[in-house]
Design a protein around this ligand. Structure first.
Ligand code: UDP
Length: 486
């Protein structure tokens, strides 16, 4: 399907992308990489974000600008957090204290439009295109007022986006019961429950309203940017383009632009552990023997599930790196248990990281042989790019869709058996969804299996090739620039 840019020709020599990264680590991180890739392809880029988020990515942008023909401006504008009842400085979803305040946060991101508009009118008139983050539902109106195209970046892969598009079109998820239903139109049977779908498919009034605004945004944009590559999701970008009628550019895996150690270790935030210490610890382990355990930027468990996971890790025979978020939410008793069982007795078998881990630096170490992950799309891609197979433990958002691709389609991972989605930012009930035995079984299967490892090694090669000169994602980046400034 041919989709052309019918906007008036932009009067600048260099195409200028204005990027509005959605205010969540899983968006800020890949959009920073997208900015760097566009700059490497000689485009001009302006990233507009808030002070807290700008501080997180500034070191990366500075290094990128210093190292190459970099042309990225980082603009930090006031974020109206307190205006909607959020604490001052609450400028990223990982800083929102509790689930109900996520809706206030969304309201603040709407108010943020005023700052962005003012900036554009006063400072940056020659924009050729806006890349809008998933929740910035107003980005498309701003772009169209400027007479330029708008691309949305959801942070999802093509398979998940295609499934979502099918659901929007067929409403197959609108079933009366909580029972799993079949997503129609896929080349295989895929049963999923509504609870396992992204938030905007959920039933509550707030989610429905936001879902509707996001859908209108999706319908109005000119195209979709996907952090993925053709070999990882064969045919799905094409299917998505056909079904949605939107231009789809797969331009990933964008994390592979981080080839220098500094970029790998400080990505999206400052690690709370020294990377040297992690590397030294990993150096002391055999190849493919370490399990890396991390649930993204916001994934954390209530005490019972947390402990059950820990018991599973202890009962498995493999050394492990365990990244723990929201440790301050755990009770004293759990912290004592953690210290006694992991930091005292098992010092050489376990490395705990409380806070932010240098994830891609760890994943790319040859000692790492498996990744227990929530299957966030960035973590999935980063695991593939490092050639590490996964134990799939989805929590929420589109992660249950990703698991289908990882476990059943690509066969590069083993499921831990998590069926029910958790609430975003942690469960209210302190129950056990995945038992210690499930954890041990999945880790043993993954670490002793050959097939998943072989297949992910093949994909790793393809991932590198995709962004090399002439590779599919390289060419898609060129086409994107060509589309924006023909
Ligand atoms: N990440 C990291 N250190 C951490 C946790 C996460 O560097 O301690 C990065 C990770 O490499 C990935 C992103 O944060 O790029 C998380 O994105 P993902 O889509 O996997 O999950 P989300 O946080 O959006 O649920």
């Amino acid at each position: 399907m041919e989709i052309t840019n019918n906007y008036p020709k932009v009067q600048t020599e260099t195409p200028h992308f204005l990027i509005l990264p959605w205010l969540a680590p899983g968006h800020l991180i890949p959009t920073t990489d997208i900015a760097r890739l566009l700059a490497m392809h000689n485009a001009a880029v302006t990233i507009i974000t808030t002070p807290v988020n700008a501080a997180r990515i500034k070191p990366t942008i500075d290094r990128s600008n210093a190292a190459s023909a970099g042309n990225i401006s980082l603009v930090s504008l006031y974020f109206p957090a307190t205006e909607v009842g959020l604490p001052e400085g609450c400028e990223n979803i990982d800083l929102v204290p509790s689930m109900p305040l996520v809706y206030n946060f969304y309201e603040a991101t709407k108010l943020f439009r005023q700052q962005v508009l003012r900036y554009i009118h006063e400072r940056a008139p020659h924009v050729s295109c806006i890349i809008g983050g998933m929740g910035y539902v107003w980005a498309v109106d701003v772009a169209h007022e400027l007479g330029v195209p708008c691309f949305i970046f959801h942070g999802f892969g093509s398979f998940a986006l295609y499934c979502s598009e099918i659901l929007h079109k067929t409403k197959a998820h609108e079933v009366p019961s909580a029972e799993p239903f079949i997503i129609p139109g896929l080349p295989f049977e895929f049963k999923i429950a509504r609870k396992e779908l992204p938030m905007h498919f959920q039933q509550s009034k707030e989610n429905k309203d936001i879902g509707e605004e996001m859908r209108n945004y999706e319908l109005a944009v000119d195209g979709v940017l996907v952090n993925s590559f053709e070999h990882l999701e064969p045919g799905y970008a094409g299917l998505l383009q056909k079904l949605s009628g939107k231009k789809v550019f797969s331009i990933g895996p964008v994390s592979v632009c981080n080839t220098k150690m500094m970029d790998m270790e400080e990505r999206g935030n400052k690690p709370t552990v020294s990377t040297d210490r992690c590397i030294q610890w990993l150096d002391s382990k055999k190849h493919n023997s370490v399990v890396y355990v991390s649930f993204g930027s916001t994934g954390s468990f209530a005490p019972k599930q947390f402990k059950e996971l820990g018991l599973g890790l202890l009962a498995s025979q493999w050394p492990f790196v365990w990244v723990i978020k929201d440790i301050e939410k755990l009770p004293e008793e759990t912290l004592i248990w953690l210290h006694e069982n992991f930091e005292d007795k098992n010092n050489s078998r376990s490395l705990l990281i409380k806070g932010w881990a240098p994830q891609i630096a760890i994943l790319s170490h040859p000692a790492v042989g498996g990744f227990v992950t929530h299957c966030g799309w960035n973590s999935t891609l980063e695991s593939v790019a490092a050639g590490v197979p996964v134990v799939a433990w989805p929590l929420y958002s589109e992660q249950f869709l990703n698991v289908k691709l990882i476990v059943d389609v690509l066969k590069i991972g083993v499921s831990v058996g998590a069926r029910e989605a958790m609430a975003f930012r942690g469960d209210k009930e302190d129950g056990i969804r995945v038992s210690k035995e499930d954890v041990v079984k999945a880790i043993e299967k993954l670490m002793t299996g050959e097939e998943e490892r072989k297949r992910v090694a093949q994909l790793k090669e393809k991932a590198e090739m995709a962004l090399e000169k002439g590779g599919s994602s390289f060419l898609n980046l060129e086409s994107l620039i060509q589309f924006v400034a023909p």
